[in-house]
Design a protein around this ligand. Sequence first.
Ligand code: GLN
Length: 314
Amino acid sequence: SVTDPERLREIVEEICDAMTAETERGRVADYIPQLADVDPDQFALALVLPDGAVIAGGDADTRFSIQSVSKVFALAVALGRVGDALWNRVGREPSGDPFNSIVQLEHERGIPRNPFINAGAIAVTDAILARSEPREALGQILQFVRFLAGDDDIAIDPAVAKSETASGWRNAALANFMRDFGTIQRHPDKVLGTYFHQCAIAMTARQLAHAGRFLAFDGSLSPGGSRAIAPRMARQINALMLTCGHYDGSGEFAFRVGLPGKSGVGGGILAVAPGRAAIACWSPGLNAVGNSHLASIALEMLADRTGWSVFAAN
Ligand code: GLN
């Protein structure tokens, strides 16, 4: 597989040129009013290599709403807090249903199928809230992301959080339903407020790629560098990203890209090439299952051209 930074730079440039020329860009999420206003005509790709070198192209310094990519960071915080007890309230199987689906919750007695669909992420946030109030919990998630990225200039966009608080009826239904089953213990309003704010973290592709290093390097910020989480936990999170990171498009993403990835309705995807790179890709237009249309294509091109894959021999 490709490791030469010069060659990688050419590949990133080629992909950025190809994506800028694409006319089909998907549709920007409009169920969160604040996201409906984002210009779809944007694209970014950023890689962070083992030595910390960054290869970035397109709008890699433009902030976007990371939305469900935050579920990865919240999961790491929750596992650090409560450990394997987290799995008493959330499963580890792909759902095959849309990100905001409620149907399986009733069949499985209020236990969401995995931590990367909305119901599962809301349950994870409730686990973090078991020992802290919303402000404190949010501070912990944000501090963790800043630490991972090595960048304090990362913040929550209050307008996006407010916009979703005013329109997130489906998530309110999920939270209330789970509260009734006892899957979540805090008041649904508290859990939702925290969840909406965590989703409203805004970052650039460059920052997001840095924040993803811990998954590419066995839980550390670089090979042999400072430890963020245990290697076993990094392996588990990567496995969940591969099987559940793109909702009912997870099988398709694994088939096309062959790397763990987590998408968000802001159009971001964090992908992981273990030992090779942490990758952030962003373009706001979404495909039919709510994953970035261009970022999915771009990551497939990147995997094809680099040979990076969790299924490849080298
Ligand atoms: N905040 C969004 C929601 O709960 C996140 C969904 C997503 O990014 N897929 O609907």
